[in-house]
Design a protein around this ligand. Structure first.
Ligand code: F7E
Length: 339
C-alpha cells in the first residue's frame, strides 16, 4: 500500500521562496497548501503570478498574519505534517522606515502560528525562516550556528525574536521547531526593491533604451548570495531530520554590490561605470558587518550544498530580465518595467 501523501502548509507561499518551495514539494508528491492574504485572491494574476506553474495543484487559504483567529481557523480545518513559516516583512530598508509594522507582523505572526499549532497540531513540524541579518554586527567571520546574534535593524531584531520563539516552543512544549539561518538568496522571482533584482532589471532597461542610469546605495556592501531554488531544498531537509535543530544555509562566498554590477552590466555588453550613480537616499542608517556563512553543519548533517555560484546567479537574473522586458515591451510598447 502506498503511504499517504504528506501535507505541507506554507505561509508566504506567494513570495520568491514560497513559490519555489511549493514547486519543490509538489514535485516530491506533497499535498501543498498555502496561506495568502485575502487581497491576493482579488488580484490572482498579479499576486499569485509566481505560483503559475503549480496553482492548479495546490490549495490556497485566506489568512492574515496579524490575525490569530484567521490562522487558528485554517489550522482547525486540516491536519498538516509540516509547516513552513516564510511570511513576513522581509525588506530590511523598510524596517528602518517603519520598525513597528515589521516587528508586529514578523514577531506576532510567528507567535500566532506557533501558538495555534501548539493548540491544534503539536505534532506538525515547524520551519522558521531565520536570517543572516540576525548576526548584524558580527562576532566572528564566517558566521555559524553558534555565533552570537547582534542584529542591526528592526528586521534583524524581529528575526532574532522569531528564532527564540521557535526554540522556546521546541524546548518548553516538545514541538519539532527548527530554524534555517539563511543568507541572501536571489532569483528572477526576487522583488524589484532588493539590490540584485534592482540591478538586473536596471541593466535590462538600460540595454533596451528605456533608462540611462541606475541609482544605487552602498556599492561596497558585501553579501553571501545564493540561489533561492537551492535554499528551499535546505528548508525541506531541515524538517526531515530525526531531531529539530538550527542550520546556517549559505554559499560561504561574499561579493560586493559593485562586483554584482560589474558582472551584470558585462552580461549585457555594458560597462557599469557608465550608468551606475550613487544615491545617498538609498543608504541605510546602519549596515551589517561582513556577512559570510559557514554552512558546514548543513553540508555534513543535511547533505546540502548549493548548485548555483555567484557568476551563474548574476547571469540568470540578467538574462531573465532581458527576456521579460523584451517580451513586455513587444506586447505593450508603452509599458514601463517596475523597479
Ligand atoms: O541589500 C546594499 C544594501 O536589500 C543588500 C533580505 O532577503 O537578505 C535580504 O536583505 C545590500 C545591502 O538585501 C542598494 O545596503 C546598495 O547592504 O538586497 P538587499 P538585504 O538587506 O541583505 C537577508 C538575508 C534577509 O533576510 C532579507 O529578508 O545591498 N545596497 N544599493 C542596496 N540595497 C537595495 N535594496 N537597494 C539599493 O539601491
Amino acid at each position: 500500500m502506498t503511504p499517504p501523501r504528506k501535507r505541507a502548509l506554507i505561509t508566504g507561499i506567494t513570495g520568491q521562496d514560497g513559490s519555489y518551495l511549493a514547486e519543490y514539494l509538489v514535485g516530491l508528491g506533497y499535498e501543498v497548501h498555502g496561506l495568502v492574504r485575502r487581497v491576493a485572491l482579488e488580484q490572482p494574476e498579479l499576486r499569485l503570478g509566481r505560483l503559475r506553474s503549480v496553482l492548479s495543484q495546490i490549495q490556497i487559504h485566506p489568512a492574515n498574519l496579524d490575525s490569530y483567529a484567521s490562522i487558528f481557523h485554517v489550522l482547525s480545518q486540516q491536519r498538516f505534517d509540516e509547516c513552513y513559516h516564510l511570511a513576513g516583512q522581509s525588506f530590511v530598508a523598510e524596517s528602518f522606515a517603519d520598525g513597528f509594522s515589521t516587528m508586529s507582523t514578523n514577531i506576532n505572526g510567528t507567535h500566532y502560528v506557533l501558538a495555534a499549532l501548539k493548540e491544534l497540531q503539536p505534532k506538525c513540524k515547524f520551519y522558521f525562516a531565520g536570517s543572516s541579518e540576525m548576526f548584524g554586527r558580527v562576532h566572528e567571520t564566517p558566521q555559524r550556528e553558534t555565533t552570537p546574534f547582534q542584529p542591526r535593524s528592526p528586521y534583524g531584531i524581529s528575526k532574532v525574536a522569531g528564532y527564540h520563539l521557535s526554540a522556546n516552543y521546541r524546548e518548553d512544549f516538545g514541538m519539532f521547531c527548527a530554524s534555517g539561518i539563511l543568507f541572501n538568496h536571489e532569483s528572477p522571482r526576487r522583488s524589484f526593491e532588493f539590490v540584485t533584482r534592482k540591478i538586473s532589471a536596471g541593466v535590462a532597461r538600460i540595454k533596451l533604451g528605456l533608462a540611462s542610469e541606475l541609482r544605487l546605495g552602498n556599492l561596497e556592501a558585501q553579501r553571501d548570495w545564493g540561489h533561492a531554488r537551492d535554499y528551499v531544498r535546505a528548508m525541506h531537509l531541515i524538517l526531515q531530520q530525526p531531531e529539530p535543530d538550527d542550520y546556517v544555509v549559505a554559499t560561504g562566498e561574499a561579493h560586493s554590490v559593485r562586483e554584482f554590477c560589474e558582472l551584470a552590466f558585462a552580461e549585457a555588453g555594458l560597462d557599469y561605470r557608465d550608468f551606475v550613480k550613487r544615491d545617498e537616499a538609498v543608504h541605510r542608517p546602519a549596515e551589517t558587518d561582513l556577512l559570510i556563512g559557514d554552512a558546514s553543519k548543513a553540508r555534513l548533517v543535511l547533505g546540502w550544498q548549493p548548485t548555483v555560484g555567484f557568476v551563474g546567479l548574476v547571469k540568470e537574473l540578467v538574462q531573465a530580465d532581458l527576456e521579460l522586458l523584451a517580451s513586455t515591451t513587444q506586447q505593450n510598447p508603452s509599458a514601463v518595467h517596475p523597479g
